[in-house]
Design a protein around this ligand. Sequence first.
Ligand SMILES: C[S@@+](CC[C@H](N)C(=O)[O-])C[C@H]1O[C@@H](n2cnc3c(N)ncnc32)[C@H](O)[C@@H]1O
Length: 306
Amino acid sequence: MFSYRHAFHAGNHADVLKHMTLVAMLQYLTQKDTGLLLVDTHAGAGVYRLDQDHARTSGESEHGIYQLQVVADAARAAGQTVPEAVQAYLAQVAQFNHGSPVWRTYPGSPWISQALLRPQDKLKLFEVHPTDSKLLEKQVAELERGRQIEVLRRNGFEGLKALLPPPTRRGLVLIDPSYELKTDYAEVVTCLEDALKRFPTGTYAVWYPVIGRPEAHSMARKLKTMSSKLQRPWVQAELNIGLNPTEGVTTQAAQGRTPTTMRASGMHIINPPFTLAAQLRDALPWVTKALRQATGSGWTVEHGGH
Ligand SMILES: C[S@@+](CC[C@H](N)C(=O)[O-])C[C@H]1O[C@@H](n2cnc3c(N)ncnc32)[C@H](O)[C@@H]1O
């Protein structure tokens, strides 16, 4: 039923925005001792090879993590500062590559989360794709921290309900669908409304594509309206790399039946760390400049309810 495989897209510009934001949030949330529940409702396979089949075929990481690495290295060599959130994200990716300057491994969101997990925290990973959920289970089983992590081969929108509120009343939920089904757009909003009723103080982060598809078009606005209606603080950040349409990334996530070039995507965070908006405002101009492909690139960071 599902054909989306994140392995084709690992390390692309959308992953850069999503994972940089995830690292910043986790670093903040793990400062307080109380245990955290981390939930990834759409986990993917966990960790990816950038030098093999899928990623090499698509080449998307060339315009994402690889370009960011090259520009950051050049900036450091020239004695320039690299924004804190970018540095923290690059440090995570570097760690999975064991000091090698040539990065072959890319950590997906479950891998970033497990790396920052403390003994008192728990990680729940939902993944429905038969191949990717098996890969995820296998890779988690090999981890020392495996016992703190549970892989659930079921619908993350549904499965989230039973996990909220967490006993410690501290939690971060990442909602990162492939949007392969157009119903995903509406499901994200319904899922968040339900989750916020069960656990109003949890931190929720949603990734969404910014594309010219009717369901996607109003996504950013709907998420802002919903957060404000429920009187929750929010941050919304978008990154547009201004891809050249002739050599653009055609993502399965965004394509539906008609292939579409995805130039931009966004993160909407509800109950964000209070430092997040400032960190993203510091990082995104730099990231945009590092990744921009053509005219039309840009970034935004908005916030509300603070
Ligand atoms: C964009 S990928 C996830 C990438 C991952 N979060 C990361 O950042 O590394 C979306 C994943 O969700 C899975 N998926 C689709 N619908 C799902 C659902 N209802 N529940 C759980 N997983 C789902 C897909 O098989 C795909 O692997």
